[in-house]
Design a binder for this molecule. Structure first.
Ligand code: AMP
Ligand code: ZN
Length: 462
């Protein structure tokens, strides 16, 4: 197995090996919780979920941190506009984000650090940058990063700095690539910040957006970690600035692989509320599109290509999922009462994985999968499929589903029961029969049965 990922930092595919054998440290920029997340945001979050699920399928342990941007220009403006306390205002959107992520079956991160709970470590990093003279204080008590003091500034976003020493400053969190400028690490309190502000050695103020991710990623994953993700709009200024601050502050390498997903378009253009094609997950669910169909529609393309979402494509996704489910039932019926066996996976599984090993080539992996599905269905029609082929086919389907998650055994099953069943499955795989029998008994006490089938354990209400 050789895994390659496209690294935005070098603009080429590179062989991927984690810093620590078998363990991947992953940081993904989370939502800015000032509004509902839309399906464009979820294209990026689903790409990250797919990447993580693929790494798990390949046997890596993954430590995943996703931050919550709960203080920046946008959150402050919006909370003040609505006359609400910042914490209460962002709490609502944070909860909605979690609900949508759960609906879409996105694996939870190990931690979701919120910026407002980590102001102290941001202040520490800013102080370090001041001591090392990468940053300077202005008259009003704000602190800026001096891009001219950092020789590698502009490398991630491929900016043409032309050797110039920038003297202009920008205080807003987001600004254009055409005009790189010294950017704010700490913004002194202004009247329109209202109640929002924290004490610092430079007076009351608040952190800039970019320092949040530098401080939190290194706090949770160490100063040098494996993969940092986001959407392409994060490359500049957010990740360029994050990279410069981190490397300047620690003097260490920061991230080995920067991976960015391309934007989602809707009906061939930018999503827009005025055109009526601005969708949240719930908007689509209300139109009868299942979370699984949303998930499949948003994953059905290469993450580095723009993806065009239309309602017609979502209803095609629904049909595709139904087709795969029918096929699954066909396989299950054919191998009823078979024991889970040590049969190999079909050879197409390795082709499927090789496509994903090559920078997550989902279109290629899906082409392999559907060709195999067609072949298997023809064998069913001819009556030439063996029980063993059906069992190993189900195993492939299980692996396929572990990354795409388009059908779930967990429908309507409480989380507690699912977790117990997962523990039992682990015990069973470790041949710890006492523990697995005990959990089965505890499940029955709670009114649930668990049955081992070729496609994995099936949980049913007694
Ligand atoms: P935000 O909540 O604005 O901080 O964005 C959260 C994530 O969604 C970031 O990684 C963005 O790059 C990504 N994102 C925003 N709009 C889109 C879009 N239309 N398509 C794909 N990703 C997006
Ligand atoms: Zn970030």
């Amino acid at each position: 197995m050789s895994i390659t990922f496209f690294n935005t930092a070098t603009k080429q595919k590179e062989a991927f090996t984690p810093l620590e054998d078998g363990k991947v440290k992953l940081y993904t920029c989370g939502p800015t919780v000032y509004d509902y997340a839309h399906i464009g945001n979820f294209r990026t979050f689903l790409f990250e979920d797919f990447l993580k699920r693929y790494l798990l399928l390949r046997g890596f342990e993954v430590t995943h941190i996703m931050n919550l941007t709960d203080v920046d220009d946008k959150t402050i403006d919006r909370a003040n506009m609505e006359g609400q306390d910042l914490k209460l205002f962002t709490k609502k959107f944070t909860e909605l984000f979690f609900q949508d992520s759960e609906q879409l079956n996105i694996l939870p991160a190990d931690e979701y650090p919120a910026a407002t709970n980590h102001i102290d470590i941001m202040i520490d990093l800013i102080q370090l940058l001041l001591e090392k003279e990468y940053a300077y204080e202005t008259e009003d008590g704000s602190i800026y990063f001096s891009i001219g003091s950092f020789g590698d500034y502009g490398k991630l976003a491929r900016l043409n700095m032309g050797g110039q020493q920038q003297t202009d400053r920008v205080s807003s969190d987001d600004y254009s690539k055409d005009n790189p400028q010294d950017f704010a690490l700490w913004k002194s309190w202004k009247e329109n910040d209202g109640d929002i502000g924290w004490d610092s050695p430079w007076g009351k103020g608040r952190p800039g957006w970019h320092i949040e991710c530098s401080a939190m990623s290194m706090h949770y994953l160490g100063r040098h970690f494996d993969i940092h993700c986001g959407g392409t709009d994060n490359i500049f200024p957010h990740h360029e600035n994050e990279w410069a601050q981190s490397v300047a502050g620690t003097g260490s390498k920061f991230v080995n692989f920067w991976m960015h997903s391309e934007h989602l378009l809707v009906d061939g253009g930018k999503m827009s509320k005025s055109l009526g094609n601005y969708f949240r997950v719930d908007d689509l669910v209300k139109k009868g599109i299942s979370p699984e169909a949303i998930r499949f529609s948003l994953l059905n393309g290469h993450y580095r290509s723009r993806l065009n979402f239309t309602l017609a494509k979502a209803s095609d996704a629904k049909k595709t999922i139904a087709r795969i489910k029918d096929f699954k039932e066909r396989l299950e019926a054919h191998c009823e009462n078979s024991e889970l066996s040590n049969l190999d996976l079909p050879k197409e599984f390795e082709l499927f994985m090789s496509a994903l090993d090559d920078d997550l080539n989902i279109p290629e992996a899906l082409a392999v999968f559907f060709e195999w599905l067609r072949k298997m269905n023809s064998m069913f029609d001819e009556g030439s499929i063996s029980k063993n082929e059906a069992v190993s086919g189900l195993k492939f389907l299980e692996k396929f589903n572990s990354v795409f998650q388009i059908f779930s055994v967990s429908e309507d099953i409480p989380k507690e029961i699912m977790e117990m069943a997962e523990k039992r499955e682990t015990a069973r795989q470790e041949k710890n029969w006492d523990a697995s029998d005990r959990i089965r008994y505890e499940l029955s006490e709670k009114g649930w049965s668990v049955e081992d089938t070729p496609s994995g354990p099936k949980i049913k209400k007694l």
